[in-house]
Ligand binder design. Structure first.
Ligand code: ZN
Length: 190
């Protein structure tokens, strides 16, 4: 018989209650705790969403793409995402990658998952890889559930440590070299 040892920890009772209704929104983002407060602020204050399912894993959307590190990791996370799309009745998916603003510090804001997948590569090369991964994940989501709406953002850490959430265009064919191009950024307040 299993013995549960006594604990000094007290029971904590929340004021927030379990919601019976599912939010039907999924946020796919990196586990990195350094930008979570900024992410929460963006989701609540800019997108206006308070309740959402979370698929937080190292690399965020990049976790859904197989790499030289592991083929099976990508496949496994793809299966989990498909499960959530179906089982949780998701109607809207928000994909978020993160890193530093290109060409500036702080370089430590680079995503650790992309650092391990492509060590020695520049911030620009990582951004390109993230854009390719986003394209693949967007295609995956749409092919599995064509009615789902997609929003894609890059969380970019500036030199003053504030985080700017840059919308990444979703093109009709779900391929986009646009994010990171001079044309795309020309109209943005940097
Ligand atoms: Zn990360």
């Amino acid at each position: 018989m299993t013995h549960i040892p006594p604990t000094e920890e007290k029971v904590f009772m929340t004021s927030a209650k379990w919601r019976q209704e599912r939010p039907h929104i999924l946020v796919v983002a990196c586990s990195d705790g350094r930008y979570q407060e900024a992410l929460d602020e963006f989701l609540l204050n800019h997108l206006g969403i308070e309740d959402y399912d979370r698929l937080y894993a190292p690399g965020g959307p990049g976790a859904l793409v197989s790499s030289a590190i592991s083929h099976f990791r990508g496949v496994q996370f793809q299966d989990e995402a498909k499960f959530l799309l179906d089982a949780h009745g998701l109607e809207r998916v928000i994909l978020i990658v993160h890193g530093p603003v290109e060409g500036s510090r702080p370089s430590e804001a680079r995503c650790a998952d992309y650092l391990r997948k492509m060590p020695g590569n520049s911030v620009g090369e990582m951004r390109l890889r993230q854009a390719e991964d986003l394209s693949r994940v967007a295609t995956l989501m749409k092919s599995h559930k064509p009615t789902v709406s997609l929003q894609i953002f890059a969380a970019e850490v500036r030199e003053d440590r504030r985080v700017q959430f840059v919308p990444v265009p979703v093109l009709s064919d779900y391929t986009f070299p646009l994010w990171g191009s001079a044309d795309f950024f020309s109209g943005l307040d940097r």
